[in-house]
Design a protein around this ligand. Structure first.
Ligand code: MN
Length: 270
């Protein structure tokens, strides 16, 4: 019995050593594989947004969005605007749908929803931020390269249902083409936008109508707060929240968005 156990142990130890050596060999092979100068199996399209007055385009690294950043919108979403610290979520970078000024882009009604909502927002685009951690509020605007007009399109029914179930509302917010955006206007041309009218019309009827000065957390404060959670880099863009009176659209509706000083952004739901 004892000898059997010992021989078993011996055998196992032997197997262990052999398996270990084999694993090391596999690792070494894999490592030398990683070290070789391979080319990607396929290339991915870069996500870029045109820049007004420039031949360059703005490469998008990450899309951050702030939630409930206007008092009246926070209330309509069932939150307490006085107590809530800012919170953020992301959309996938390729959720960008570029919309050229003066055009009406077809925007596909997405799958899975019966309550598809618009949210008009100012977008800030960052071009500095290497080492962009814990950025002070009074230095935060130095990171902003420019601004754009954007839509944070939302499958509201899914966002609400998943939130009610305490599940991530990822598919309510972070889906294909959920981030229509106009061109980026460099700060060097238009300065910083602090106080400006922002509105959205559906089929010519005004739905959202507010002022950027009504943000609970300013763009500078958003950048500062965001940089506590993430190191910010050039190419990051921030959707800065939507005012009150978000609402649904259906196929055939035309959405017109506006921020004072920027050309309008228009999409047709198809
Ligand atoms: Mn939003």
């Amino acid at each position: 019995m004892t000898s059997t156990r010992r021989s078993l142990l011996k055998t196992t130890a032997g197997l262990g050593a052999t398996a270990g050596a084999a694993l090391l060999g596999a690792c070494a092979t894999a490592q030398s594989g990683y070290g070789s100068a391979g080319s990607p199996l396929f290339s991915l399209p870069a996500v870029t947004v045109p820049i007004v007055g420039s031949n360059s385009t703005f490469p998008v690294r990450r899309i951050y969005c702030i939630g409930r950043n206007y008092r009246a919108h926070s209330i309509e979403m069932g939150s307490n605007p006085d107590r809530e610290p800012p919170f953020f979520f992301q959309k996938p970078t390729d959720a960008i749908q570029y919309v050229a000024p003066g055009t009406v882009a077809d925007h596909k009604y997405p799958t899975l929803t019966k309550n598809y909502h618009y949210e008009v927002e100012l977008v800030a685009a960052l071009n500095k931020g290497s080492g962009g951690k814990k950025i002070e509020i009074d230095q935060a605007l130095d990171l902003v390269y420019g601004y754009a007009l954007g839509l944070d399109m939302t499958r509201r029914d899914l966002q609400r249902a998943l939130g009610d179930e305490k599940k991530p509302w990822e598919i309510g917010k972070s889906f294909d083409q959920s981030a229509p955006i106009g061109p980026i206007h460099p700060v060097s041309n238009i300065g910083h936008i602090g106080k400006a009218g922002i509105w959205l019309k559906v089929n010519g009827n005004i739905k959202q109508n507010a002022n950027l000065s009504q943000m609970i957390w300013s763009v500078a404060e958003q950048i500062s707060k965001l940089s506590e959670a993430f190191e910010l880099f050039p190419g990051d863009i921030i959707y800065s929240g939507t005012p009150e009176n978000v609402g649904p659209v259906v196929r055939g509706d035309v959405i017109d968005c506006h921020i004072d000083g920027l050309p309008n952004l228009s999409v047709k739901i198809v």
